[in-house]
Design a protein around this ligand. Sequence first.
Ligand code: PLP
Length: 389
Amino acid sequence: MKRPQSPNTRLLRAGRPHKGWVNTPVTRASSYIFENVEHWRDTRNRRDAERMLSYAARGTDSTYALKDALVELEGGYRAKVFPTGQAAIATILLGYLGQGDHVLITDAVYAPVRRFCSRQLSRMGVEHDYYRADGCDLAGRIKPNTRLIYVESPGSLAYEMVDLPAIVRLARAHGCLVAVDNTWGSGLLYRPLALGADISVMAATKYLGGHSDVMLGTVVTNQAAWQPMEEAAVDLGQTVGADDAWLTLRGMRSLAVRLAAHGQNALTVARWLQSRPEVACVHCPALPDSPSHALWLRDCSGTNGLLTVEFAPMFDAAAAIRFINALQLFGVGASWGGYESLALPVDMPGARTETDWSGRGGMARLHIGLESPEDLIADIEAALQALRG
Ligand SMILES: *Cc1c(COP(=O)(O)O)cnc(C)c1O
């Protein structure tokens, strides 16, 4: 009888050899040598439908092991891997959209995707519009040519969540697909495919890698949405090297314990920040006063290291920058998800087009790492002096 297993146990078992070494060895490769011309021809005829070793761009033992673990993590049909999260997102937009199509993008989208839409999609005759980060205006924005709804939940910078199952129902009624950037949830905290989405994309650069030493993007889809992804990834020549696949898979083995520790540390720091008079609000869906808290309770199984601090209105953007520069344990850096703490200024009025964020205090995004939270709090307390000027 098959015993039930938790997502973490399944993740630890996926993508491993059936016997022998614990881990799949690193296969650095390009050309595969066939037994004869017939074997070469037969492989080429079958490789679109079947997993076969044929050319390293199509897959090696290393990338297949990673894809197996990703399919297990996200609960989908098949996976593709990319050199960056941005490349994975670009391949989704190119693969599912064509001239005359329309895509709806969340206002909470990772900023470089906005640039991709205005610079690349527009040039190709694909229309795009933005909907509000909480999704409340989405239904009214669907057009007859809307092919894709692009979600990021919790979203970038302020972590607003959407009611994903409700968006999926809306999309089904209009015959469009739903793609979700799942970098925040990283497959363990949030599971978009289980909530009905067709496509889930992650920057494995962040928590899956987890050590700031690798860049990689992932896409997992359901069976119905698979074919255009398979074709777009192959046509655009998207693949990853064996060392990067191996590093990502190695990071994934400790994903659950790292996320739990990041989340615990972040909540400890968040509660302390909330007690401070300089702080107007801490943005994080796991905090009970967050507008997304009910959705977070319903759809997420935990939180991660991300917090965005909004200072009281008397502290402007320049004050927030003084605060960040005074931090000693936080690096000034963008790519969160590693073990280290990071801080960056947040310009919400500049980042959003569908809601007005002007007239509020300066903001800073913190990635709470695996350092002791007491040390991080002491560092933040000292930096609040610089905030006050
Ligand atoms: C970082 C990030 C990406 C892009 O990942 P890269 O690997 O840096 O290209 C995409 N989406 C979100 C939400 C991110 O935070």
